[in-house]
Design a protein around this ligand. Structure first.
Ligand SMILES: [Zn+2]
Length: 249
């Protein structure tokens, strides 16, 4: 794959063009809805493109991309899928975390939850929880629900399958990280998976049922009124039924 095409256009798509394409496609492959994808020039193909025109670029997962490269997926089908992205009709893009058969550690900023059932509960609702494997040889199962600072759900996880809402401002998968923003430079969630036994919530700015949770720069903080914050730096909990039990009623 050459660095530049015959018109001298380089491979690097400007960040803002990429974001517009992501948003328009609902943050996943326009055919399959998978949240891990490549940017695909289809109108025209990259080799003939003069510019990185956002309208001629779409999102295709690895499998659809391979099919395009092998010539078994037509540009007409891609064009049709681009007009009706699967994520927009489903309302979310999804993927699956790879977790193993041994107990899991979840780190929020620098606070560790080792082998807990419910990590964080708000008014008895499990915001983040882990269940042991259903059968021998199957993985531990992470479930949870993240919101932004207004309480809108950004990412839902059900038994390791995560779904990022198509109505987010931006969802980007960079290496092992999922980054969800609700505006320029406004990170609602940055989560990194370290398969098979660890997941790290590096950044969080959410509110759920009137309780605010914030994680940034190694600091995990909770507030009941949005003014006074309780900090958790380092430390952690291990082997408990409910790690952090929050109630405002
Ligand atoms: Zn696909």
């Amino acid at each position: 794959m050459g660095e530049r095409n015959k018109h001298g256009l380089g491979r690097t798509i400007p960040a803002e063009v990429k974001r517009i394409v992501r948003k328009r496609c609902g943050f996943g492959c326009v055919r399959c809805g998978l949240a891990l994808y490549d940017y695909e020039h289809f109108d025209p193909d990259f080799k003939d493109a003069l510019t990185h025109d956002e309208n001629g670029i779409t999102l295709l997962c690895m499998q659809c991309n391979q099919k395009r490269n092998r010539g078994v997926l037509s540009v007409e089908t891609v064009r049709e899928a681009n007009k009706h992205p699967k994520c927009l009709s489903d309302g979310f893009a999804s993927e699956t975390f790879d977790f193993g058969t041994k107990s899991m550690t979840v780190i929020v900023a620098s606070h560790e939850f080792i082998d807990c059932c419910t990590l964080i509960a708000i008014n008895d609702f499990p915001v983040l929880s882990i269940r042991p494997p259903e059968n021998i040889g199957e993985p531990y199962r992470l479930s949870g629900r993240f919101a932004d600072e207004t309480g809108e759900i950004t990412l839902a996880i059900k038994d390791n399958v995560w779904a990022a809402g198509a109505d987010n401002w931006d969802v980007e998968c960079v290496g092992p990280r999922i980054i969800i923003k609700n505006g320029p430079r406004r990170v609602a969630l940055k989560i990194k998976s370290e398969p098979p036994h660890r997941i790290i919530i590096e950044q969080l700015n959410m509110q759920f049922d009137g309780i605010a949770l914030r994680a940034e720069n190694e600091k995990f903080e909770i507030s009941f009124d949005g003014k006074n914050w309780t900090s958790f730096v380092g430390g952690g909990v291990a082997g408990c039924n409910v790690g952090i039990d929050l109630r405002n009623r």
